[in-house]
Write a protein that binds this ligand. Structure first.
Ligand code: 13P
Length: 258
């Protein structure tokens, strides 16, 4: 059997943690996570905490990402943050198209596409989020919604860009609800995403593409998810806000991958 891809566990801190609180968590994570080999680890604090967290995690194995970006590099765009700003603050990655941004802040597949392009141009690894809502799943639209997120979100991205990015499948109904998708439900969509990538980007990009699962991931369910063929890691919300539970997820991902 082909070796699985190197796991990636990412923590999306959403709108939690002030600068001082984020610094506390970063120190805890550095102690708890930094000596675990074999897995990549990423945290995405609020914009106001990126610099302090990046300074604390400098030289550790934990990378830092933004939760969003704007597609212009600079200009009169009050409230926005650009790729060069994230990069200079210490980010290597950026989450794009999270369902909460699509739901509450008017993010569309078109704006996602512009942001993905801006991230790649700014030398940030985009973590593109895709996934269906509960009503879309009930209406059997899961695959068509995910396909549209991919087709439109990644329109015009060349092979180099496709080879760089990470995709996170986050069924909206499983986010913050305690309702994790079953491992089979998750695998089915991850397999679909990898097939999509094979058609668009070719076999080699599809084989190395890391696809994360997100939605109520906890230390107790990570191993089962990671055991699935096309699940390469997790994008964790709530359980990433505590150093012990996040370290438990990082450790659990390794156990299954080894
Ligand atoms: P929860 O882990 O809190 O369900 O959040 C998942 C998520 O949205 C990560 O981006």
């Amino acid at each position: 059997m082909m070796a699985k891809r190197r796991p990636l566990i990412a923590g999306n801190w959403k709108m939690f943690k002030t600068g001082p609180e984020a610094a506390e968590l970063a120190k805890g994570l550095k102690a708890a996570v930094s000596d675990m080999g074999g897995v990549d680890v990423l945290v995405a604090p609020a914009f106001t905490a990126i610099t302090v967290v990046a300074d604390i995690l400098k030289g550790s194995a934990i990378d830092v990402g933004g939760q969003d970006l704007f597609w212009e590099t600079e200009g009169a765009y009050t409230g926005q943050v650009s790729a060069p700003m994230l990069k200079a603050a210490g980010c290597s990655h950026v989450i794009v198209g999270h369902s909460e941004r699509r739901q509450y802040f008017g993010e569309t597949n078109e704006t996602v596409n512009r942001k993905i392009k801006a991230a790649l141009k700014g030398d940030l690894v985009p973590v593109l989020c895709v996934g269906e809502s509960e009503s879309e799943r009930e209406a059997q639209e899961t695959f068509s919604v995910v396909k549209e997120h991919l087709d439109k979100g990644l329109e015009g991205i060349d092979g180099d860009g496709l080879a760089k990015l990470i995709i996170a499948y986050e069924p909206v109904w499983a986010i913050g609800t305690g309702k994790t998708a079953t491992t089979e439900q998750a695998q089915e969509v991850h397999g679909f995403i990898r097939d999509w990538m094979e058609k668009v980007g070719g076999n080699s990009i599809a084989n190395t593409l890391r696809i994360l699962y997100g939605g109520s991931v906890k230390p107790g369910n990570i191993a089962g998810l990671m055991a699935m063929e096309d699940i390469d890691g997790a994008l964790v919300g709530g359980a990433s806000l505590d150093a012990d539970s996040f370290a438990g997820i990082v450790g659990g991902s390794l156990g299954a991958a080894g």
